[in-house]
Design a protein around this ligand. Sequence first.
Ligand code: ACO
Length: 167
Amino acid sequence: MAMAHPKLALRPFLPDDAPVLAEIFRASVMDLTGEDYTEAQQQAWASTADDEAAFAKRLGHQLTLVASLEGSPVGFASLGPGGKIDMLYVHPAATGRGVGAMLIDALEKLAGARKAEKLIVDASDTARGFFEKRGYIAQQRNTVSTGDEWLANTTLHKQLAAKPEAP
Ligand code: ACO
């Protein structure tokens, strides 16, 4: 039977993934967000992964999933406390193939299994449309200090489906 994404797979984050995920993060920010942020803002944002030990610690403390295409990591997403989606980044060479959707669908299922009632995300202006398409509703605009720059994002919420009562 045909499958939608035969070569795409998900697995949990391992500490050894940190360098390649930092590369994906930097490439994603620098190549995909230029219509919404200035180059100085992109540089400040991308440089937040330069301290790879801190980057690895952040991902390791969260529920982090890695998406791979034919065995190579191409994207990742992480879920922090309180149902907050902290990170979602797809390598520029792998966008538009359902990687982001697969990652967020999986985080939503895992959060639901943990009885989270809603998910929250501070989405970049680049990713806002992606989340809105998946049923997330904008709540407020934010401006966040990153290095010497200020970056705008939007907080969105998605109510997870209520579980049916046990008979
Ligand atoms: N606006 C509207 N729709 C979008 C967008 C967008 N920016 N991006 C993707 N979509 C749609 C696709 O067309 C697709 O629609 P379909 O189901 O009708 O075919 C659907 O969303 C799923 O798209 P995917 O292919 O799964 O998305 P992709 O793998 O390209 O990843 C992402 C999207 C994560 C936004 C990627 O472009 C990216 O990494 N962007 C740059 C980094 C970024 O801004 N990350 C978010 C930071 S905020 C945070 O981390 C919480």
